[in-house]
Design a protein around this ligand. Structure first.
Ligand SMILES: [Zn+2]
Length: 250
């Protein structure tokens, strides 16, 4: 009897581990949305390729990328990565965009995507932040125009060492652009901070928007960051972590 019990236990353990490994066997297909801001495409794509064969990608540029929020296209990708700074949006596009995310499509928002949509406040709620090109009132508080400085060496500090997005990372140096004065939603989970005085203190966070996990990373202006091992690890782990929520929905 004891041996029978042991064998059935082993069979159950084996099938559980097979199910778990099957869940990870499929690559995560990311859709990177660009448009409204130049960037070094070759080096950016090298960073995406460096994430390994468990993450595949394609690029869509606004305004054509709006089609990817339509209900019939939402199953074509697992995770959205924002690297756009788009401004124009119609009411219909806004409805499909926010509905796509709130129903569970996860997002990793990078760098100048914090500066997009000056006139669409729901986007601030969606990514949990906003760089202001003009004085803007959010939740009754008026924010002045933000500022930026290029080409600074500074330390990215890990604020939450227990979070899957920062797992295995130590504080690391980066050469990047800073933003100061941007809005960060009160309820977010801070992941990264910096003491650099030309920057907001919180430069990376996680949150939920509807059913979707969202991670926003302020860094990512240019090639030194695309090639930074710490940033690459953050991006990879952010994609994997937000994907876990998409996978479990419905
Ligand atoms: Zn920039």
């Amino acid at each position: 009897m004891k041996i029978k019990l042991l064998i059935s236990f082993l069979l159950i353990a084996l099938s559980v581990s097979l199910v778990a490994s099957n869940a990870r066997a499929e690559p995560i297909h990311i859709l990177v949305i660009t448009g409204g801001h130049d960037y070094k495409k070759d080096q950016f794509n090298q960073m995406l390729a460096s994430l390994g064969d468990k993450i595949t990608y394609e690029i869509a540029e606004f305004p054509a990328a709006y089609d990817m929020f339509l209900p019939q296209n939402r199953s074509k990708y697992d995770v959205l990565v924002f690297y756009h700074m788009w401004q124009e949006i119609t009411d219909e596009q806004a409805k499909n965009f926010s509905e796509c995310i709130s129903q569970g499509k996860p997002v990793v928002a990078l760098h100048h995507s914090i500066c997009a949509y000056d006139n669409w406040p729901e986007y601030f709620n969606l990514i949990g932040g906003k760089y202001f090109h003009k004085p803007t009132t959010v939740n009754g508080k008026e924010y002045p125009v933000c500022s930026y400085i290029h080409d600074l060496h500074f330390i990215v500090k890990i604020a939450d060492r227990g979070h899957p997005v920062t797992n295995g990372l130590q504080d690391f140096e980066i050469f990047d652009e800073t933003y100061k004065g941007y809005y960060v939603e009160a309820g977010v989970t801070p992941l990264l901070t910096t003491d650099e005085p030309s920057s907001n203190p919180v430069i990376g966070w996680a949150k939920k928007y509807g059913k979707a996990r969202i991670v926003t990373l302020q860094s990512g202006h240019d090639v030194p960051t695309f090639e930074n091992p710490g940033f690459r690890k953050l991006l990879k782990q952010a994609i994997e972590w937000v994907y876990d929520s998409g996978k479990n929905k419905e």
